[in-house]
Structures are given as C-alpha cells and as structure tokens.
Design a protein around this ligand. Structure first.
Ligand code: ADP
Ligand code: MG
Ligand code: ZN
Length: 478
C-alpha cells in the first residue's frame, strides 16, 4: 500500500524581552542557576502576575507577520499539571481564546509553492529546567533551575498541511526567518529559543480521513527534525503494512540511535483542567493598536525574494540564499547599489563569502569584508586589472587581513599581463617546450590548445590575460 504523510508542527519561540512575562526578572541566558528568580516566577502564595507589555506587542507583531487575525479579546488560562520544574503547579498559557488565529506561511519546495495554515499563535510562560545529578557527579539526585520559569514564549501551531519532511523543514525555515526579520526572536536553537514538536501520521493515498498521529517532542535541530520525521514515517508504514494500527502517543527522538521511542501513551496523557486565569484580566485589543503595530512590520522574506527577482533579475535560487538573513540581504543590496552587476555579486556572496564565513563559524554580521571592499575587488576584475582566478586568492587575503583589494594586488604584483610582447615571450617558450602537443594541434586536434594555454597561465603565475594567450598561441601555431 502507498501512503501519504501528514505533518502538523507546534513551535515554541522565545520572544526577545529584557524581563520575564509576569515579573521583572531578567531573561538573560546562561546566568548561574536560580539567579533570575523572584517570588512571582517561583510561584509563592499571594503574588500576582503582571503582563509584560513589550512581550504582548512582540507577540502581536509575530501574528501580523504570519497573517494571523489578532483576536480583539483573548485571555490567559491555567494549564494544570504536576512536575518539579513548574513551581505553581500550573502553567499560564492561552487555551480557548488565543491571541492569534487563522494565519498562514507560504513555502517553496523544489519550485512548488504551497500555503501552510496556522491554526493559532498563543502566549505562554516557559517552565524551569531539571538538571540530573548524573551530569554533576551526583547520581540519584536531581536539581532544578528556575531561571527559565516565566520566560515569555509564543506557541505557533500549524494546520496538518505538510506532506513530507522537506515541507516541514521549509515551513520551519520560513517561520524562523519571518520571526528573525520581524525581530521578535533571535530563534537561537542551541539556546532553546526555537523548539519544535512534530505531529506525524500517514494515510493510504486517496483516503480523506487522517491517520492516528504520534507527537515527536524536543527536536532541537533541522537535521534531527527531518530525520525523526523520516524515521517515524517508516515506522508507521511498517505497522500499517502488517495490518496493525498506530498508537496515539508522544515519542522522543534519540539522535544517537536515529530512532524515536515512546514517552507516554494517550491513556497517560495529562488532563490539564484548563480554566481562565482569575489573576489576569482578559486582553482587549483595539484596531488602532493593531494598525500601529502593522506599520512596524518590515519587508518579509517572501516579499524580499520576489523583489530581488524582479528588480535585480537574479534566479530564484539565489534570492533564497541571499534573503536567508536580513543582514545578508542588506549586504547584497549595498553591493548592488555600488556595482550594478547583481548576478556577479550574488555568485561571490553565495560562493566565496559564505564559504569563508561558514569555515570560521561566523555570521555575516562579523564579516571582515565590507560591501564596498568586495565591490572594489569586483571592479578590478571588471576592468581587466586582475583575472577572476587571481581574484579568488586576493579575496582570501582580504578576508584574512582586511586589506583593500588594490593594495594586495599592488604588493604581490598580481596585475594581469596585457602587454602582448611579455605574453608572446612565454608563448614562444611554451611552444618550444611542447613540440608534440604543437604537432597534434597542427594535425587538427584543436582541443590540445587548452593544455598549452594552461602552461602559459602557469608560467605567468595566472597573470596572463587568457584571451590574449589563446589568440597568440593560435596565431603562432598556424
Ligand atoms: P495537542 O494539544 O494534543 O498537541 P492540537 O490540537 O494542538 O493537539 O494539535 C497539535 C498539532 O497536531 C497541530 O499542529 C495539528 O496540525 C497536528 N495534527 C492534528 N492531527 C494530525 C494528524 N492526524 N496528523 C498529523 N498532524 C496532526
Ligand atoms: Mg501538542
Ligand atoms: Zn521573577
């Protein structure tokens, strides 16, 4: 039997704020355990939460950037469960009246565009973190760090609209990019600012009803998300092929073994006994406020990609790479404004520049070559002062030393030789030194010219003008 995969994703995004969601404790990552705590986020009796306005506004901006409707009346609810990292015994979240509903994100997989629906975006507080004694040389004991407790999150829940691990990956990349562009989150996956749970089911192709889903928790890298989904699809396929049924359960992904394993079944699932939080008033949002925030939404990745194709005439693939971060897109545009050859710029950025940055684990923000410095190098190629090949070496040197292109060319004497008598001298030497190749050429085997050009280039240390070399060789041999 052939099956179709169905995927819906829940993403927890940490919203950038200085202070926590309901108190004034810092959200700083990496501070010593339990330093960022107070009676409110520790859930002491008698304290009252006060909503962080900055967080609410950033959450509204996240909704606007993903085309969600902002609900004019939404409210917080208590989600009750017992766990040692949750001091109050409930998490303040939103349930029946979330902040945002009915949004969408457009994705593009292998040139096919598709719209993925967003069911909702709701606001909630994060829980603390358990640290098990094994990792501290103290087996049998567990410790709790409440620094994360009360850190503000948005949960973004998608419709079950994705049909492959690739689509899930494209959705996550696009969501991450939108949130980064909007500057509501740094989406740092290593620090847990962008965490994904994947709901996966399969159904026989043609069948309308969805199959039973499993929920894969704690997927903290794009690679693992894809691998976990692929593993899960295989596992469910085997089950259905054997005539069995998939159990609805929550599973964890073991990255070392590349497998998912059960965490809890549907029967063990919590009954959260949600009810409206009596300590927090409903949030009423008027249209004027929404309009004001709408004005702060920047050009988003999708619009930018479309504009890059239409105004710079570069291929869609390039625009995808160049807009992968706003800073990289800005870098490209600065170059293009100084040197109107967008495709050449794009090639250098996608090739040499990104390769060097990746090698160093650096971001475009730390790039040692400024847009105008890169353009100066490209102008040297354009004017024929240096060859494209030599430019690669100059680029590397610029990257390492931050020196301008022209001084490197000057210092190392890398100027292209366009003086025909100088080239002629080398051409003569090469012809003398390679009589059999010359004979072959004269005998009609014209391809051998490539070898001879290569020899001349080698002797000139790459500095001879290749067009002139070609022409001179042909003249001399015929
Ligand atoms: P829960 O709170 O139990 O996780 P939700 O209703 O919030 O349940 O749904 C969670 C996610 O599961 C959503 O992203 C939704 O798109 C997805 N989902 C629902 N049914 C299926 C299914 N049959 N296969 C895959 N994903 C599904
Ligand atoms: Mg869920
Ligand atoms: Zn606090």
């Amino acid at each position: 039997m052939k099956y179709e995969t169905v995927i819906g994703l829940e993403v927890h995004v940490q919203i950038d704020t200085k202070t926590k969601i309901f108190c004034s404790c810092s959200t700083q990552f990496g501070t010593p355990a339990n330093e960022n705590t107070c009676p409110i986020c520790l859930g002491m009796p008698g304290v009252l939460p006060v909503l962080n306005k900055r967080f609410l506004e950033s959450s509204m901006r996240a909704c606007l950037a993903t085309h969600c409707t902002i609900e004019p009346m939404n409210r917080f609810a208590r989600k009750n469960y017992f766990y040692p990292d949750l001091p109050k015994g409930y998490q303040i979240s939103q349930f029946e009246l979330p902040l945002g509903t009915c949004g969408h994100i457009n994705i593009n997989v292998d040139g096919t565009k598709k719209r993925i629906g967003l069911t909702r975006i709701h606001m909630e507080e994060d829980a603390g973190k358990l640290i098990h004694g094994e990792n501290l040389g103290n087996p049998g004991k567990s410790y709790v760090d409440f620094n994360r407790t009360g850190v503000p999150l948005c949960e973004v829940v998608s419709e079950p609209d994705m049909r492959s691990a690739e689509e899930a990956r494209a959705y996550l990349l696009e969501l991450k990019s939108i949130l980064e562009y909007t500057e509501v989150s740094d989406c740092n996956m290593e620090e847990g600012s962008f965490r994904c749970d994947a709901n996966v089911s399969i159904r026989p192709i043609g069948l309308k009803e969805f199959g039973t889903r499993t929920e894969l928790k704690n997927l903290n890298s794009f690679k693992f998300i894809q691998k976990a989904i692929e593993y899960e699809v295989d596992r469910q396929t085997n089950i259905l092929d054997q005539g069995d049924t998939v159990k609805q359960e929550t599973r964890l992904y073991d990255a070392d073994r590349g497998e998912t394993f059960p965490m809890r079944s549907k029967e063990e699932a919590h009954d959260y006994r949600y009810f409206p939080d009596p300590d927090l008033v409903p949030i009423i949002i008027d249209e004027a406020w929404v309009e004001e925030l709408q004005k702060t939404i920047p050009e988003l990745p999708e619009q930018k990609r479309e504009r890059f194709v239409s105004s710079y005439g570069i291929p869609e693939y390039d625009t995808g790479v160049l807009t992968s971060s706003k800073l990289l897109a800005d870098y490209f545009e600065q170059c293009a404004s100084l040197f109107p050859q967008p495709k050449i710029i794009s090639n250098w950025i996608m090739g040499d520049l990104l390769r060097e940055l990746k090698k160093d684990g650096k971001d475009i923000a730390d790039c040692p070559i400024s847009p105008s410095a890169l353009v100066d190098l490209l102008k040297l190629i354009d004017s024929g002062t240096i060859s494209g090949n030599i430019a690669k070496g100059v680029f590397e040197e610029m990257y390492q030393t931050k020196k301008p292109a022209d001084s490197i060319v000057e210092e190392k004497g890398l100027k292209q030789i366009t003086d025909s008598s100088a080239i002629e001298k080398i051409v003569d030497e090469v012809i003398q030194a390679n009589p059999s190749q010359v004979e072959e050429f004269k005998g009609g085997k014209e391809k051998v010219i490539g070898f001879l050009v290569g020899q001349v280039m080698k002797q000139s240390k790459g500095k001879a003008n290749p067009g002139m070399v070609n022409k001179l060789l042909k003249e001399k041999m015929s």
